[in-house]
Design a protein around this ligand. Sequence first.
Ligand code: PAF
Length: 281
Amino acid sequence: MKIIKTIKEMKTVLASHREQMKIIGFVPTMGYLHQGHLSLIGRARQSSDIVVISIFVNPTQFGPQEDLARYPRDLKRDEELAEQEGADYIFYPDVSEMYPEGYKTYVLVEELSKKMCGASRPEHFRGVTTIVLKLLNIIQPHCAYFGQKDAQQAIIIRRMVEDLNLDVKIEVEPIVREADGLAMSSRNSYLKAKERKAALVLYHALTLAQKLIKQGERNSSVIISQMEKFIRQEPLARIDYISIVDNRNLQELALINKEALIALAVYIGKTRLIDNITIQG
Ligand code: PAF
């Protein structure tokens, strides 16, 4: 496995693989890899000749008060994990390589980027789509792999790929959870022992919603208020949002009568965590 830091070298290396008709799979990450990332790399390994992952903590997707400076980083460990999982290249550019002086261009998927996580993180998805488009242009993969934990991100990226006629397949892989149900996230590393326990409210609120739906409840506001009531019992938790939306276009659903995404963001202490489930209508 090779680490590549410049766009020029990354493009040159991949151009020669492409000439040899190799299938290129790509997993974009911000590093501090966990089992969720490794499942994406494993999936890419199954379907590609060449597997590229990127590790880039993208400043444009963090708000001014967010955790850019303290975002966890450990390249040595990431290298070992990515290699074990069968990655061929890590694209590991500096910020100045991706956003050189004078950089001015951003990509925004309208409407979808302002809802849910976008309501409390107004610039976040603009930063995500900008960096993902840049990475897709550099790597030019046949397929790129994303995790369902960032469900809104995946929907926005699919929209961008379709709207901008990009020649890449987007695959979204299921959420990987800890044994007790907590969705894997690099940000789980911020949680102190008490917070780690409290963080289970996200998963338990989602399983409560699932149970209510199984019992026949279809009214979204009833389900959301039950979830809110449940989460409020946890003193370390503060709800950012709970949404029940159409799983293709993020339109709010008053009634669950088609494939729905139930998504939430909750602060546990200072750490903002997200999770979701999908429900067949
Ligand atoms: O999901 C992430 O880790 C990031 O948002 C991504 C897609 C790597 C873009 O920075």
